[in-house]
Design a protein around this ligand. Sequence first.
Ligand code: PMP
Ligand code: GLU
Length: 389
Amino acid sequence: MFSKRIRNVEPSATVQLSNKVKRLKNQGLDILSFTLGEPDFNTPQHIIDAAKKALDEGKTHYTSSLGIPELREVIAKRYGRQNDIEITSDNVIALPAKFALYSAIQSTINKGDEVIIPNPGWVSYGPMVQLARGIPIKVKMSYDDGWGMTAESIEAQLSSKTKAIILNTPANPTGSVLDKETLKGIADLADDRDILIISDEIYEDLVYDDMEHFSIGSLDHVKDKTITVSGLSKSYAMTGWRLGWMIAPKEAIKMVNKLQQHSLTCMPHFIQMAAVAALEHGRDPVLKMRDEFQERRNILIPLLNEIDGVSCEVPKGAFYAFFKVDIGFNSMDLADMLLYKAHVALTPGSAFGSMGANHMRMSYAASRENIIEGVHRISDFVDGFRKDR
Ligand code: PMP
Ligand code: GLU
């Protein structure tokens, strides 16, 4: 009954685990969850008000499959202002960020094409490539070199079949941020070898200390071969609104628009109106949330490093601590034990690729109080385990 494609693809470890935690919580278990990458803040009120107003005005019908002109315009302007990418509305389509990545891959990858993805990297890149019948080729990154992807590490994995490179900065699950120099090196390589760049920048607003986000698509020589994906989910605490976008050469937008017309049709009108309000209002609420994430990170990382057998680098962006645990369990077993015995839900590092083995991902998009209590539970579990041995 089912296609080979869908049978062979793994479920999303992040979404699956969060479903499981929701189920356990509904059964009354007191679980502290740090699994999903989802801001705990409410969506800023002016955005909610804009959505309500749009609903009252009857903005509940289909729109252009590309998105309403006001939204595409405001996104295009934002790219000029914030990302140094000068574009027009013709370079923009509104769709959920996850679906933008899926569509970029569906629209460019043929059977047998190789696509470079990070290891460890977000759980959906590999399956998205497989669903397009491409072959994911993983570039290994390690804790010891700051989880960075470089032109050299990518070049070592290129072949005559390489069609695209997926970049993710700031990165899920490691929190690493690629600097301009590194991205320039990767752009030179992609230009040289005529490879498409798919740049997932969904965490672009969440960079800390003196780090700055840099968009590879702002480099002139790769403008025509870069697809940039981002959205409102992480920056504006709007995960459930499902509003994101793709920035790409006009021709690519036309191709992706065909997929949109045969699948989603368009984004809901009132949500697009709310997105206009979000982007027009300025970045103050985003920066406020960013500052709070940074404070939480500053509380969390030292606490984690105090636990015997745990080590964690300070992440430069996103809102995940990706820490090494050296207590003799693989990360899947440890995640299960922490969940059922300590009532703390973390995502096992191996879900993000082989280089994530013996690591755990803890999202710090949670209250300070829960973060502190969560680390106590982890620490008590690890200490208790050592005593029992
Ligand atoms: N890319 C990465 C790296 C992510 O972590 C996520 C998870 N939200 C997405 C893309 C998809 O974002 P959205 O939920 O806005 O579709
Ligand atoms: N991206 C988030 C995460 O990694 C949400 C779940 C998902 O889309 O994978 O937790």
